[in-house]
Design a protein around this ligand. Sequence first.
Ligand SMILES: NC(=O)c1ccc[n+]([C@@H]2O[C@H](COP(=O)([O-])OP(=O)(O)OC[C@H]3O[C@@H](n4cnc5c(N)ncnc54)[C@H](OP(=O)(O)O)[C@@H]3O)[C@@H](O)[C@H]2O)c1
Length: 261
Amino acid sequence: MTRTDLQGCRILITGGSVGLGREMAEAALARGAEVAVIARDRARLAEIERLGARTFAGDATDAAFMAASVREAKPDVLILNAGAPLAMGPIDELDFVAFSSSWNTDVKAGLAGIQAAFHAPMTAGSRILLMSSGAAMVLSAAHIPNQSLYLSGGYVGAKYMLWFMAHNANAVAEKRGLGLHFQVLVPTQLMAGTELGRKVAAVYADLKGITPETYLESRYGPPLTPAHLGKQVADILSDPRYRSGVAYGLTAGEEPMGLDT
Ligand SMILES: NC(=O)c1ccc[n+]([C@@H]2O[C@H](COP(=O)([O-])OP(=O)(O)OC[C@H]3O[C@@H](n4cnc5c(N)ncnc54)[C@H](OP(=O)(O)O)[C@@H]3O)[C@@H](O)[C@H]2O)c1
């Protein structure tokens, strides 16, 4: 039986043309949501349009464009997922442009999206989901060695920043009584089914002299697939149990994992 538990829900996703954003878009469309997608490349947007999504071609780091898109799409849910390709290398070799690439896209687009939610404005009861990463847990999760992501440049900090920004935004929304709720999506694994996942796994696997597949399996165990991630995000949006927490880990298991209330 087809689930229609997102019927009537309007969802706007940045970076929804390929990769994880596209999986989230497809899962939401399949469950009855009205979906709109933001990305820059029009050819890739045309593909998701054919699946039934509305599209806005533009740069998610552009605050005016984000506010105009939110005003036009009137989403109940805004997913801030757009991210830069990862610049990798040892800290003594990356220049600041490369080092800060995730800040100049992921964090800048996160800020533009949060501000669009406040200023467009989105209506009371709306949710804004920011895409972080399990990498953001490197200093707090005992099972991740502190130095394990030493080639990932500014990515880890950028993804941690987005998590922190969600808390900042919740504080402002609560003080003003706006009824907006900011949440954080934390994929707990690198995914072989994505370009980013393949690239990072290849670099760390090469250092260990093993294949990317062996690296991913030894590090994470059963794989999290992009399609399963899309389903878990649809569950987070449709199941009232996930309405009030702040951060949810997206895992290979059946259910999202509450990380931060
Ligand atoms: N893949 C993983 O294993 C993994 C794990 C943890 C977290 N994440 C996070 O999940 C998110 C998606 O990852 P992914 O692997 O699916 O990435 P991806 O395949 O590289 O897709 C990135 C998407 O963002 C869009 N985008 C990039 N810059 C943009 C900008 N300035 N304005 C508008 N759209 C922009 C891209 O479209 P255009 O280039 O056409 O604009 C594309 O649709 C990222 O934030 C990433 O850090 C990924």
